[in-house]
Design a protein around this ligand. Structure first.
Ligand SMILES: Cc1cc2nc3c(=O)[nH]c(=O)nc-3n(C[C@H](O)[C@H](O)[C@H](O)COP(=O)(O)OP(=O)(O)OC[C@H]3O[C@@H](n4cnc5c(N)ncnc54)[C@H](O)[C@@H]3O)c2cc1C
Length: 272
């Protein structure tokens, strides 16, 4: 199929229908995160979405009200998919005594319970070596030669999906450079997977880490993302460079402005 013929029907049942999956596993990744496994009722079913599309999970907040949040799977096979999820617990952060609305519910949900999910269109879509930015606005396809990615903490999941999809596609030579920011080394998700991808696809993908708090022997970058850090690791932007970002709100605000200072065109900066 030609890219021009690829139309995303945002009103189709695929994107609008809510359906039930079961929570079948919840394995700790670190002090505040788990890898969740969700199983379909039908053992042949898959999410079957394009790279960088996400799902919505519905659950309950402390008041018993229905809330939904976006999540990106990092693995799927017939019948199930995996999503790493960071839990925002109550009574941990003085500014947020109640913690997050949805994730404490997900942490306490009994195994083999059913929950409601829905597929979402997303803002950026990758299909046949090409990107489409904001499919909801029916923008035309744009192909990029270089993808710069700046992610914070759990914001790595959509970036990982994109990186893996491009690396797995032998017909796609898009170059990617990731700057992944975390509080501590223990907070880094998918470290092994990211390092393996960059080792295996040296010419195509490089990954750099920065930490707020690091041990003496830490070899990566230190502190918040800065323009100097970006200049030292990213290639000079061109017309065909896209900068994507996904992190906590304050970090996103900083990164949006840094990407512009770095020289990226506004329309080529996309928040997942
Ligand atoms: C496209 C997309 C994909 C995403 N994919 C993933 C994913 O794969 N995995 C994932 O974990 N998340 C992902 N997220 C984030 C996710 O959607 C939720 O925002 C997140 O799980 C928090 O939800 P919540 O309802 O628990 O917290 P909310 O009620 O939304 O509050 C979260 C905010 O409250 C504050 N807060 C509350 N409690 C604490 C605390 N104890 N410590 C520090 N701060 C606190 C922080 O500012 C935090 O950012 C994704 C988001 C998007 C937009």
């Amino acid at each position: 199929m030609d890219q021009k013929d690829f139309i995303i029907d945002t009103q189709s049942e695929f994107f609008t229908k809510k359906f039930q999956v079961s929570l079948t596993k919840r394995e700790p990744i670190n002090h505040d995160s788990y890898m969740f496994r969700f199983d379909f009722k039908n053992h042949q079913e898959r999410l079957g979405m394009q790279a960088v599309q996400h799902i919505k999970i519905y659950g309950l907040n402390m008041k018993g009200e229905i809330v939904d949040r976006a999540y990106t799977h990092v693995f799927e096979e017939d019948g199930y998919f995996l999503i790493p999820i960071k839990i925002y617990r109550p009574n941990v952060h003085p500014q947020f005594p109640n913690g997050g609305e949805l994730t404490p519910w997900l942490e306490n949900l009994e195994l083999h319970s059913d929950l409601t999910i829905k597929r979402c269109v997303g803002k950026l879509l990758y299909h046949n070596n090409q990107f489409i930015v904001r499919p909801k606005l029916n923008k035309t396809w744009q192909q990029f030669s270089t993808v710069l990615l700046i992610c914070g903490g759990s914001g790595i999941t959509p970036a990982y999906q994109l990186i893996r999809t491009i690396c797995d596609n032998p017909n796609d030579n898009t170059k990617m450079v990731l700057l992944y920011a975390n509080k501590t080394e223990q907070d880094i998700w998918l470290l092994k997977e990211l390092n393996e991808l960059s080792d295996k696809h040296k010419e195509q993908f490089t990954v750099h880490y920065t930490l707020d708090k690091s041990e003496e022997n830490w070899k990566g970058h230190k502190g918040f993302v800065t323009l100097e850090m970006m200049t030292s690791i990213f290639p000079q932007p061109t017309e065909t460079t896209i900068g994507v970002l996904c992190g906590p709100k304050p970090m996103n605000k900083l990164v949006l402005s840094l990407y512009e200072q770095f020289g990226l065109k506004k329309e080529n900066i996309v928040k997942f």
